[in-house]
Design a protein around this ligand. Structure first.
Ligand SMILES: [Cu+2]
Length: 456
């Protein structure tokens, strides 16, 4: 059953309308079962490369461990199905590496000799392509072109030198459409032997991705070409995304990769501007670095950004495609804004006393309606925030800028200094400023169907 079928099923008699039967008991039950809003990020990392370069943090992820044998860094990737949680309440069988999607971040230093074993526990062959790495042709991982595919149950070995520093990726090059769509991606970070540019205090890695997961389905649909409904950072949809906790005045680097099947992601950060310092092709000279607040990360590319936040707070970081901050039931619905549904509601209430058509005043409050949803599905979007419901989900996370980042509980909200939060206008101040409020919008529909907060 996909979400449209669910909507149809829920509103058989009314065709296009979106139906919710909301009762206080149901809402309270759902709220009691609701998981915590944020998951915990990893703690601060050690120095791993010359010049005091810090290890990269992979929120919601891990780093591939090395064993050094005769001066060679030896690692092991296991390609396998993984039981993956996109966000509390939404699980699926994905494919990944070493028990996760994305796979562990591969972190090395310029000049390192790497030997990486790849065991295939998938039901079909696979291969690994080291995206952006300059290496001998037979190590490039394109099945058929550079090597035979790795049969199910077998282990191949790749060996190459990380010749150039940079931010790269890895993924299969056998049945790419299926294997990448099911989650087989990962980042490769090669630190320079001599640090470039100012030293950073935090270094994060985020892989953007998109999945088609029909409500009730066990696995994402790898055959989907256009209509994705679970949008992710490191394969997590908000509120499953761990926040990035940083210090005010610290220099922060975020490495973004995109191995989505079909979509580029314009990733936007609030409250600051950043410089794009590198791509998977190499470093951008300082004189050519542009100041931006949104960076487009095309499919098959990485973009590295750096910034120094000057304002503390909880700042949104998200893909700016509005349908990419939605989840399973967020799009593909009939448009209802401005529809007059009074007759429909009167008729429906005869057979279904709690019936209410939603969406006629906009969709902003849909996520918090706590309407009954099918098992293993996400509500339309979002999670509770410090002021009200945050109506974004999907490819959304929070940059938490604090004065004491290492003593900050990542689950805590920013405490705003008095007088620094937008609120209702004071009528006398409005008069003094010569501002007259326009008439309220014309009332439509019976009481209880109106604006924000009136639905319970
Ligand atoms: Cu996007």
């Amino acid at each position: 059953m996909d979400r449209r079928d669910f909507i149809r099923y829920g509103s058989m008699a009314v065709g296009a309308a979106l139906v919710a039967r909301v009762s206080r008991a149901e809402a309270q039950e759902a709220a009691a079962a609701a998981p915590p809003t944020v998951s915990r990020p990893p703690s601060r990392t050690p120095i791993v490369a010359p010049g005091g370069q810090l290890a990269v943090l992979t929120p919601n992820g891990s780093t591939l461990p090395w064993r050094v044998v005769g001066g060679v860094k030896v690692g092991h990737l296991v390609a396998e199905p993984v039981d993956h949680e996109f966000a509390p309440g939404l699980r699926a069988e994905c494919w990944g590496y070493n028990g996760s999607t994305p796979g562990p971040t591969i972190e090395a230093v310029e000049g390192d000799r790497l030997r990486i074993y790849v065991s295939n526990r998938l039901p079909e062959p696979t291969s690994v392509h080291w995206h952006g790495i300059v290496l001998p042709n037979g190590m490039d991982g394109v099945a058929g072109l550079n090597q035979p595919p790795i049969p199910s149950g077998e282990t191949f070995v790749y060996e190459f030198t990380a010749r150039y520093p940079g931010t790269f990726m890895y993924h299969p090059h056998f049945d790419e459409m299926t294997q990448i769509a099911l989650g087989m991606t990962g980042m490769i970070i090669v630190h320079p032997r001599r640090p470039r540019g100012p030293r950073v205090d935090r270094d994060f890695s985020l892989m953007t991705h998109e999945f088609r997961l029909n409500v009730g389905a066990r696995r994402p649909d790898p055959n989907e070409m256009k209509d994705f409904n679970v949008l992710t950072f490191n394969s997590k949809a908000f509120p499953g995304t761990a926040p990035l906790v940083v210090g005010r005045g610290e220099r922060v680097r975020i490495r973004l990769g995109n191995l989505s099947p079909m979509d580029h992601h314009p990733v936007h950060l609030h409250g600051l501007s950043f410089k794009v310092t590198a791509t998977d092709g190499g470093y951008i000279p300082e004189t050519a670095q542009q100041s931006e607040t949104t960076v487009l990360v095309p499919v098959g590319s990485t973009r590295v950004i750096e910034f120094v936040p000057e304002e503390s707070g909880d700042w949104a970081m998200h893909c700016h495609m509005t349908h990419h901050v939605m989840t399973q039931m967020g799009h593909g619905l009939p448009p209802l804004v401005g529809a007059d549904t009074r007759r429909l509601d009167r008729r429906m209430s005869r057979v279904m006393p709690q019936y209410m058509t939603m969406g006629t005043n906009g969709m902003g409050n849909m996520g918090e309606m706590e309407m009954p949803i099918p098992p293993n599905s996400l509500p339309m979007r979002g999670a509770p925030g410090p002021f009200s419901y945050i109506d974004m989900g999907g490819m959304f996370t929070i940059l938490k800028v604090r004065d004491n980042p290492d003593r900050t509980d990542p689950a805590s909200w920013y405490t705003h200094p008095a007088g620094t939060v937008a609120g209702p206008a004071d009528p006398s101040r409005m008069r003094a400023d010569g501002v007259t409020a326009p008439a309220a919008p014309p009332a439509r529909g019976p009481a209880g169907h109106g604006g924000h907060g009136s639905h319970r």
